[in-house]
Design a protein around this ligand. Sequence first.
Ligand SMILES: Cc1cc2nc3c(=O)[nH]c(=O)nc-3n(C[C@H](O)[C@H](O)[C@H](O)COP(=O)(O)O)c2cc1C
Length: 196
Amino acid sequence: MDMLEFICSRRSTRKYRPEMPERDKIEAVLEAGRYAPSGGNNQTTHLIVLTDRDILTALADVVKEEFSKMEVTPGMYASMAGAIRASKTEFYHFHYDAPVLILTANRSDYGNNIADCSCVLENMMLMANALDLGSCWINQLKWLNENDAVTAFLRPLGLEEGERVYGAVALGYADRPDGLPDRTPLPRKGNPVTWH
Ligand SMILES: Cc1cc2nc3c(=O)[nH]c(=O)nc-3n(C[C@H](O)[C@H](O)[C@H](O)COP(=O)(O)O)c2cc1C
């Protein structure tokens, strides 16, 4: 695959097989993330890798519980409003039961925290595609990154004082007959380009 074809064929996977991807594949995804650029070469993005099913289930429960306590307010970001509404139903999905969830945290007092985490996440999703793994950006922990219950849950898992989660990526083999992610590129309707 050439580079552009490879980038365009990265798609979000939202149904996963339960089996754990090979350790060397997970490590390669992490390495790709760690080699992302960072503002001023700060390299302060902290990757927290969750592979324990019980921990992932418990985290999903905390996230659902905390969202379900919230009310949708006028002007609220549509995806967050959607997550709040869904959390009050049985149809709520946090990480789609993927076997791996990698959180990207960064210092809350660092101006490039979200940008740096985003670069790490995109690198990881591209690497996952290269390794025939499905992936999906999971944003709920960013919306809840000042929530006390979520923070208390993540501290023993390695979230440092002064860090907040700015994104996460679910990882695993796609629950499809061939185990491969759907790589059909989505047509571009937006992201306009203006040349001068
Ligand atoms: C900042 C950001 C946040 C996202 N949050 C979520 C999320 O919480 N859950 C989810 O299922 N997908 C999430 N996505 C994935 C997008 O929905 C997806 O990239 C988009 O619909 C395009 O589809 P594609 O990734 O298959 O090309 C997020 C993507 C980005 C860039």
